[in-house]
Design a protein around this ligand. Structure first.
Ligand SMILES: NC(=O)c1ccc[n+]([C@@H]2O[C@H](COP(=O)([O-])OP(=O)(O)OC[C@H]3O[C@@H](n4cnc5c(N)ncnc54)[C@H](OP(=O)(O)O)[C@@H]3O)[C@@H](O)[C@H]2O)c1
Length: 230
C-alpha cells in the first residue's frame, strides 16, 4: 500500500523522450517521485530503470484515449498514493504542406494528441491534484504565440494557449496552480535532424522546475523561453 504522505508525485505525459524525459530526470533530482506516461513501453521502462524503481513508475498510455488516461491517473495513485504535479507534454508535429497541401490524417492525429490529449490529462488528474493543492503545467509552444504560415501544428498550440488560460481561470481560488510552458525550438527527437542552435530539453526542464519550485503563494502563469539565436 503506497504511503499517501510520502514524497510528492509528478506525472508526466510524453515522458519517453525529449522534454518529458528531461523533466522526469530533473523532478527525481528535486525529490519527486515520477509517473512516466507515453505509448513506448520499452523506452519508459528503460527510463524508470535509470531513475530507480522506488522513484518512478512506467505507465503505457495513448493520450488520445480517455479510458487509457483515466487508467494512467489511477495507476499513478496506485503506485505512489498521490498526484501533486502534472505536465501535459505529449505532442507531435506536422508533416509539410500547409493547409492547401497538408495531410488531413496527420492533422487529426495532431489535434487529438496536442489538444484533446492535453485537456484529458488535466481532466483525469485534477481530482487528485485538487486534494493536494497541486500544480498543472501544459506544454504549449512559442508557436502558440505567433503566426506561422499554414501551420496546423501552430494552430494546435494556439489551442493549448487557450486551454491553459481558461484552466487558470477555472482553477482560481482552488489553490491549484497552472502554468503554460511555451518553448521556442528545442533539439529533441521531435525533429528528424539535429538542431544545434536550439534549446536543449534540459533548458525547458529547468523552466518547468522553476515554476514548480516556487513558494506556495507564487503562481507562475506562463513561461516563454527561446534560443538566443532565433
Ligand atoms: N521540440 C520543439 O522544438 C518543441 C518546441 C515547443 C514545444 N514543443 C512541445 O513539447 C512537447 C514534447 O516534445 P519534444 O520536443 O520533447 O518531442 P519528442 O522527443 O518527440 O517527445 C514527444 C513525446 O510525446 C509522446 N507522445 C506522442 N504522441 C503520444 C500519444 N498519442 N500518447 C502518449 N504520448 C505521446 C512521445 O512518446 P511515444 O511516441 O512513446 O508515445 C514522446 O514521449 C510536445 O508537446 C511538443 O509539441 C516542442
Amino acid at each position: 500500500m503506497p504511503d499517501p504522505n510520502g514524497p510528492k508525485t509528478f506525472l508526466i505525459t510524453g515522458a519517453s523522450s525529449g522534454i518529458g524525459a528531461a523533466t522526469a530526470r530533473a523532478a527525481v533530482a528535486a525529490g519527486f517521485r515520477v509517473a512516466l506516461a507515453a505509448r513506448s513501453a520499452d523506452k519508459l521502462a528503460a527510463l524508470a530503470d535509470e531513475l530507480g524503481s522506488g522513484n518512478a513508475v512506467a505507465i503505457a498510455c495513448d493520450v488520445t484515449d480517455f479510458v487509457a488516461q483515466q487508467a494512467m491517473a489511477a495507476a499513478a495513485v496506485e503506485a505512489f498514493g498521490r498526484i501533486d504535479v502534472v505536465l501535459a507534454n505529449a505532442g507531435l508535429g506536422s508533416t509539410a504542406g500547409g493547409i492547401e497541401n497538408g495531410d488531413p490524417d496527420n492533422w487529426r492525429e495532431m489535434i487529438l494528441t496536442n489538444i484533446y490529449g492535453c485537456a484529458l490529462t488535466a481532466k483525469v488528474c485534477l481530482p487528485e491534484v485538487r486534494k493536494r493543492k497541486g500544480h498543472i503545467l501544459l506544454l504549449g509552444s512559442r508557436a502558440g504565440r505567433r503566426t506561422i504560415k499554414g501551420s496546423i501544428y501552430g494552430a494546435t498550440k494556439w489551442a493549448v494557449t487557450g486551454l491553459g488560460n481558461n484552466l487558470i481561470e477555472e482553477l482560481e481560488g482552488t489553490g491549484v496552480r497552472c502554468t503554460l510552458i511555451e518553448p521556442g525550438m528545442v533539439d529533441t527527437p521531435f525533429f528528424e535532424t539535429a538542431k544545434p542552435d536550439a534549446l536543449k530539453a534540459e533548458d525547458v526542464a529547468n523552466a518547468i522546475m522553476y515554476a514548480v519550485s516556487q513558494p506556495d503563494h507564487v503562481d507562475v502563469s506562463e513561461i516563454l523561453v527561446k534560443p538566443i539565436s532565433r
